[in-house]
Design a protein around this ligand. Structure first.
Ligand SMILES: [Zn+2]
Length: 456
């Protein structure tokens, strides 16, 4: 006897569209069939679309920056995720320099994540480490982590990893089956842009973190990928012009690009209104020009982005505004985990530019494949029963009152969106059912072993 039957839905599995019933037993998908079988619980999904649970590879819950901590902890963040169709996310360990810090960094985040309501895993984060790339890879894998985040900038706060180490690390990724991920901006260009101004204000963000600084660094990572054959992944690509340069130089198949929703519907005109508004939209990379946004949409349509993350990292208004005239004292980041899919669905699917399967691939299947989440991202027998049930006809307008974040504003306020997840299932358990949250459903840590990308 199955535990759950989801009947009459239209399945979009990231490749094909078809009508079938999905059956769940012991947290796994047990049958996908047009036939009727018995189940303890029956869910009628008539009129809805059935998608594999989405996977957000880039969130920052309970990110402690010293004075400020990001507004969503693992509980509220994961609830927002569930309402956005997300059944697994990848957060980050705190940056480490010493080898001995890695296990402690892992334990610390694991404790905080214990109250997550959907599944989770972490990227190891390094900050100019003083130990070998071999030890880094071996220890990460021992902890069940197969990805390592690098910053090519932030030397001023000691988070930058230098090119020599990056080059070695990429060679090691190939050997051990790891993925090196990069926040890629040219450190020296940023330092110079900032040092030329005596005081720093948020409205000048696009000047400090210019698209050229991003373009230079992503190109460098692409070159390292070509030289090493390692597995390289660039997070939060923000600039259409930067991606254009990459494209012209050639994006090797062992380099994968992530982007985020904010770079598709928000632009740098937010920085021109007032320092207060600029502060609310202070994030890195910053919002880009209208020209960039237009190009980003073209690149998305043309399949240049392998995954979508959100870089979900909201702060409270007061935290953003209490130093609105002092960029150096304010926390960077905005929210987005709950709204991401709807933004892309509205922009690309509802408008007829892309097939829904294309979006499902980018927000689920590709993420699972890239980061070795081997039992997720597919609606196939034997996979985890992570299922998102979507009403394609819903229409709504974003307002912070209806979101589940603990932040007190949303950067998308007033944005009209299409589609809504009505129910979200994690390993066979409803975390949201017909719009109602079920606190009993708990997430768990997903171990990830070595992964070797299929490249050509
Ligand atoms: Zn981030």
């Amino acid at each position: 006897m199955n535990d759950l039957a989801i009947l009459n839905g239209k399945i979009f599995d990231g490749a094909n569209t078809y009508e079938a019933n999905i059956y769940v037993k012991d947290g796994k998908i047990s049958t996908v069939s047009s036939e009727r079988f018995d189940a303890v619980e029956i869910y009628d999904a008539k009129g809805f679309y059935i998608l594999p649970g989405l996977i957000d590879p880039h969130v920052h819950f309970a990110l402690n920056l010293g004075k400020y901590t990001s507004a969503d902890n693992f509980e509220s963040g994961s609830i927002g995720a569930a309402y956005g169709g997300v059944t697994t996310y990848i957060d980050f360990l705190d940056p480490i320099t010493e080898y001995s810090e890695l296990e402690r960094a892992f334990d610390r985040r694991m404790k905080l994540a214990a109250n997550s309501h959907v599944d989770y895993t972490f990227h190891t984060t390094i900050a100019h480490p003083n130990f070998s790339t071999e030890k880094l890879c071996q220890k990460s894998l021992e902890l069940g982590i197969n990805s390592v985040k690098n910053f090519t900038t932030y030397s001023s706060s000691n988070r930058m990893t230098r090119d020599g180490y990056i080059f070695e690390l990429l060679k090691s990724t190939k050997k051990y089956g790891l993925i090196a991920t990069f926040h890629a901006e040219n450190d020296d260009m940023i330092l110079r842009a900032m040092s030329s101004e005596r005081t720093h204000v948020p409205s000048r963000l696009p000047k400090y973190h210019s698209f050229e600084a991003e373009a230079e660094a992503v190109s460098r990572i692409a070159n390292f990928a070509k030289l090493t054959d390692g597995q390289a992944y660039i997070v939060h690509n923000s600039s259409g012009r930067s991606v254009e340069l990459l494209k012209r130089c050639g994006i090797p198949s062992n380099l994968r690009l992530e982007t985020c929703p904010q770079y598709f519907v928000l632009d740098s005109s937010k920085y021109e209104k007032s320092e207060e508004i600029a502060a609310l939209y202070a994030l890195v990379p910053p919002l880009r020009s209208r020209e960039d946004v237009k190009l980003m949409r073209e690149h998305f349509k043309n399949g240049l982005f392998y995954t979508v993350g959100t870089d979900h990292c909201p702060f409270k208004k007061i935290e953003k505004l209490e130093n609105a005239n002092d960029y150096d004292s304010m926390p960077n980041g905005i929210g987005g985990v709950e709204t991401s899919f709807y933004i892309f669905y509205t922009l690309f699917v509802k408008s007829g530019i892309l097939d829904l399967n294309e979006l499902v691939k980018i927000q689920s299947t590709n993420v699972a494949e890239t980061f070795g989440l081997n039992e997720k991202g597919k609606l196939k027998v034997g996979y985890d029963a992570d299922i998102a049930i979507f009403d394609p006809n819903a229409k709504w307008v974003v307002s912070n009152d209806t979101l589940h974040t603990k932040a007190d504003y949303t950067p998308y306020d007033g944005l009209a969106l299409n589609g809504k997840f009505v129910s979200t299932i994690v390993r066979g358990n409803f975390v949201v059912k017909d719009g109602v949250f079920n606190e009993k459903t708990k997430g768990r840590f997903v171990k990830r072993g070595p992964v070797f990308w299929r490249t050509h």
